[in-house]
Design a binder for this molecule. Structure first.
Ligand SMILES: *Cc1c(COP(=O)(O)O)cnc(C)c1O
Length: 438
């Protein structure tokens, strides 16, 4: 059983949450939408997303840093449209995300293609679309990008993602910038690849990228990584290479509970102090920070029961809908949207219906008495929540809904089991020797 103690949004501890979690999803609205679309569903506030974007761009504009949203945090089309219209660029990690951002109307010229395992067809699609930059993560990928660009008679704008060997002091499963992590090119290999680029005219080596991890609450690792990057730029320039752009990654953490989160103005100051004098075009790629606080997963209590010395509330959302607790022991703040019995001071383990012992959202104290039919919401579920959902246990993907100004808009409808079953129908045997299996 997950030993983390969650935090109820209501009550004294909720005061601590308000500053950084900017909760503007009204419980009454969530209850009405639950009546209209059924549970579970994801509920988002477009205002909270827009405000986060405006706050970040205001903090970063004095240091002239542009923003590309890390689509993997939440790739819903309506969210991409919203951010794109506000002027935000996009950071993608797959061909599917490329299709998504283009469908949302984002210009390819504002798209950065990141990721450690891009396939040849994804690289080709990105070059044909005309993306702003491809962040290359290995010598082998560098040569593949060059070969594909040559065959397409295009020039590939490439930045090298370097592994700065910095500990982001976050969860092991979301740390990406330490020596031995799978991401990026070792510092010792960077100059050699800049040399190699000089011999490959189809590569336009534009600069460097770093991304040290996610949910980073202590900004010191950024200072460390950006310092390493600045030294690298000076070293490359001394060797005669041009370094025009720096992509500074994402990873800025948000407050999921009572713990504080960093101020983006402090990050801006660190960028200015470490990299401000290099004359490079700067970009950051936040995902969680822009959308994490803007969402909630609303779910109905199906049953309560005793298990040993504790009470469990079994809800209709499971680890397939919201995977972060099972994946990294994350605890989302819980809000009781509607409790028939009322009361206070109760403790429950909130668990889902999936047949896995890890399908546990956490232990929560200070709750009213819960009973079947009550509604609860896991807050701060705008990032790495719907985007990580699966259909495990043949559970259909749940709807996503925008709530704004007393209205709601379904931005992804509920999947049906028939849609999933359709993928498995009309199957035929193919002769392996003579067929080109798809
Ligand atoms: C995931 C990722 C991001 C965004 O991380 P957040 O923690 O959501 O800000 C940015 N850049 C790269 C390369 C990533 O893989």
């Amino acid at each position: 059983m997950n030993k983390h103690v969650g935090t109820s949004v209501s009550g004294a501890e909720g005061e601590d949450l308000s500053k950084n979690s900017e909760i503007h999803l009204d419980a009454g609205f969530m209850a009405s939408v639950a009546g209209a679309v059924g549970t579970p569903f994801y509920c988002y506030s477009p205002e909270v997303i827009a405000r986060a974007y405006e706050e970040l761009s205001a903090a970063l504009s004095p240091v002239d840093v542009s923003i590309c949203y890390a689509v993997k945090a939440n790739g819903n089309l309506a969210i991409l449209q919203l951010l794109s219209r506000l002027g935000c660029g996009m950071d993608i990690v797959s061909g599917g995300e490329l299709e998504r951002v283009l469908e949302a109307g984002a210009p390819a010229s504002r798209v950065i293609f990141s990721g450690v395992g891009k396939s040849a067809s994804e690289i080709a699609k990105a070059l044909v679309a005309g993306v702003h930059q491809i962040n290359v993560e290995s010598p082998a990928e560098f040569h593949l990008v060059a070969d594909i660009a040559a065959s397409l008679r295009r020039r590939a704008p490439v930045a090298l993602r370097v592994n700065p060997d910095v500990d982001a002091r976050t969860h092991d499963k979301i740390s990406t910038g330490k020596k031995g992590d799978k991401f990026g090119v070792a510092l010792s290999e960077v100059a050699g690849l800049f040399e190699a680029a000089a011999a490959r005219p189809e590569i336009d080596m534009v600069g460097l990228a770093v991304h040290i991890g996610s949910q980073i609450l202590d900004l010191a690792p950024y200072r460390h990584a950006y310092g390493v990057l600045a030294d690298l730029v000076r070293d490359l320039r001394a060797k005669g290479h041009s370094v025009r752009r720096l992509d500074l990654g994402g990873g800025i953490g948000i407050a999921y509970g009572a713990q504080g989160a960093p101020e983006v103005s402090e990050l801006a100051a660190i960028i200015d102090e470490t990299l401000g004098d290099l004359g490079c075009a700067l970009t950051v790629e936040p995902g969680r920070w822009l959308v994490g606080r803007a969402g909630a997963l609303v779910t109905t209590v199906l049953y309560t029961k005793e298990a040993g010395d504790r009470m469990l509330a079994i809800v209709d959302a499971g680890m397939n809908d919201l995977m972060r607790p099972a994946l990294y022991g994350a605890v989302h703040p819980l809000e009781v949207v509607r409790s028939a019995a009322g009361g206070e001071g109760q403790s429950y383990g909130l668990v889902g219906p999936v047949c896995e012992s890890s399908d546990i959202f956490g232990l929560y104290d200070g709750l009213p008495t819960l009973s079947a039919g009550d509604l609860v919401a896991f807050r701060c579920a705008g990032a790495y929540s719907a985007s990580m959902a699966s259909t495990y246990n043949a559970r259909d993907l749940v709807p996503e809904v925008f709530v704004s100004n007393g209205r709601f808009r379904i931005v992804r409808r509920r999947q049906t089991t028939a849609e999933l079953l359709a993928l498995e129908k009309d199957t035929t045997w193919h002769d392996i020797a003579s067929s080109q299996a798809p």
